[in-house]
Design a protein around this ligand. Structure first.
Ligand SMILES: Cc1cc2nc3c(=O)[nH]c(=O)nc-3n(C[C@H](O)[C@H](O)[C@H](O)COP(=O)(O)OP(=O)(O)OC[C@H]3O[C@@H](n4cnc5c(N)ncnc54)[C@H](O)[C@@H]3O)c2cc1C
Length: 483
């Protein structure tokens, strides 16, 4: 069924990123019609890892809106007050709130936008459709619906990273951490030997959670490095989460960006907080005192083969010592892949672009490296083939780690600043005011869109200024329709 209404903003996914955008659009007085399509049946935030005792890893005051609008109705502080828990929370003197508490905050805000969200619907295909008034995006969902929108904002989060060796084994007993709690619920009651792959914060939280369960016989932690490493929480390193850093990082050459990201990786990836490392080290010591092998750590190791073993659903893992190239075998009933998420880029584990962009990829502006070029305001210029009064705009909300720096995909602290950048770029210029391109706001509808001179497949080149230049498209325009 196609909805004939053309939405001004069509958001895909309604996690914290697009939720923050909904808040910002409302608070900035955006008058367009926004609609969001969300796969989950109701609002949730990483509910597959809502593990007892787990806390968030960012200052809760840098919430969906507070850095921009301290007087907002949608702050974390206001949430606590509205629940009668502000004093209790402050009295606790916790460094960070429990993840459960923060998920409650996000759900509370999301409740105010219920009318703007279609839950339980997964976006499956994005194309461009012609209307009497120019082109619009058409979004198809898994239940056969179709939505039309002038602007699409993709806020789906990234795809789980599944190391190739596990791809054929994925199923009820080999799964990514994003399916942890529901998968485990289905396996309840068996004495499970569980292998947890990875050295991330998620990995250590899952190891600790498993050790607290009666039906888990043994937990083996397999990781390539020396063991769970401490996250870099220096306030100097954490500057990557400041808006100023995004301004500094964005115009840098791609190679420099890659180097900085590699240098700063332990701020957010393959590293853990001190509290969980201390807890695990204590548990490990206690097992050693008891002579128990319930917890086994396999550092400097990677799983090189996985195969079914016997008829009881056991997975035989061949584990390779990455330094000595020796091999050992471990039989597991369950394998949890705490192996992180895929970035967008050209690295071996990367995706070139979000899978939903497959059918519009030939219209997108590209960087010199051949991946979609994201402007500073998180938009990706889209080539148009027919003109009317409607814009045709695409934004990536929370998928721009490679172009905008660490934390873009995995940090709540940047949400408010990023949604402000996107929302401001969506706001119409006031009547009679000249935009940065010298066009009067009131005349903009009459102008062809500014389209970059290189789209996938067109063969033209982006000038030699690097991706930062895409933010200012004024000089680059070769309009497809005018060629
Ligand atoms: C366990 C865990 C804990 C974390 N804790 C923190 C923390 O404490 N602090 C921090 O700063 N960051 C944390 N992060 C990083 C995390 O990525 C961000 O907190 C935040 O979730 C990013 O928001 P998002 O909206 O971009 O993505 P998501 O939270 O992943 O939300 C995306 C939404 O899009 C929906 N969706 C996906 N595909 C489709 C589709 N095709 N159609 C419709 N809907 C779709 C999903 O159902 C989901 O609801 C954590 C991550 C994990 C995995």
């Amino acid at each position: 069924m196609t909805e004939h209404e053309i939405h001004s903003v069509l958001g895909i996914g309604f996690g914290p990123a697009n939720l923050s955008l909904a808040v910002t659009l409302e608070e900035l007085g955006y008058t367009g019609r926004s609609r969001f399509v969300e796969r989950a049946a109701d609002f949730q935030w990483q509910d597959e890892q809502l593990i007892d005792g787990a806390d968030i890893q960012n200052n809760p005051f840098r919430d969906l809106t507070m850095p921009r609008n301290t007087g907002s109705a949608y702050t974390f502080v206001n949430y606590l007050a509205s629940q009668g828990r502000l004093t209790d929370y402050l009295h606790l003197n916790a460094k960070f709130p429990l993840r459960r508490e923060y998920a409650g905050y996000l759900r509370w805000v999301a409740d105010s936008f219920r009318d703007a969200v279609d839950y339980g619907r997964s976006a499956t295909r994005l194309t461009v459709a012609d209307t009497a008034d120019g082109e619009v995006f058409r979004l198809e969902t898994d239940d056969g619906r179709e939505y039309l929108g002038e602007t699409v904002v993709i806020g789906t989060g990234r795809s789980p990273r599944i190391p190739p060796v596990f791809r054929r084994s994925l199923g009820p007993t080999v799964f990514h951490a994003t399916r942890y709690l529901s998968s485990l619920r289905r396996l309840r009651g068996r004495a499970l030997r569980v292998a947890v792959v990875g050295g991330s914060q998620s990995a250590i939280e899952i190891v600790l959670d498993l050790l607290g369960r009666d039906d888990v016989a043994q937990v083996v932690s397999v990781q390539r490095g020396i063991g769970f490493r401490l996250k870099d929480t220096s306030p100097y390193s954490r500057r990557v989460f400041l808006p100023e850093f995004i301004d500094y990082f964005y115009p840098l050459p791609a190679e420099t960006k890659r180097r900085i990201r590699a240098e700063l990786r332990s701020i957010n990836y393959a590293a853990c907080d001190q509290d969980v490392i201390d807890r695990l080290a204590t548990v490990q010591h206690e097992y050693a005192l008891k002579g128990s092998d319930r917890l086994r750590l396999m550092p400097f190791s990677e799983v090189s083969e996985v195969a079914p073993h016997g008829s009881g659903g056991v997975h035989r893992l061949v584990v390779r010592d990455v330094n000595n190239d020796t091999r050992s075998v471990y039989d597991a009933d369950v394998v949890v892949l705490a192996t992180g998420f895929r970035d967008f880029g050209l690295g071996p584990d990367d995706e070139p672009y979000h899978p939903l962009l497959a059918d519009v990829a030939d219209r997108l502006a590209l960087t010199e490296e051949g991946i979609p070029a994201v402007a500073r305001d998180y938009s990706v210029p889209v080539a148009r083939r027919a003109y009317g009064s409607r814009p045709l705009r695409l934004y990536l909300n929370g998928l721009c780690e490679a172009s905008h720096g660490m934390g873009d995909a995995g940090a709540l602290a940047v949400l408010s600043a990023r949604s402000t950048d996107i929302a401001e770029s969506l706001m119409p210029e006031p009547e009679g005011v000249l935009g940065p391109d010298g066009v009067l706001g009131s005349d903009r509808a009459l102008q062809p869109d500014r389209t970059p001179d290189r789209v996938l497949g067109s063969g033209a080149l982006v000038p030699d200024h690097g991706i930062g230049d895409i933010g200012d498209l004024g000089d680059l325009v070769v309009d497809e329709a005018l060629r």
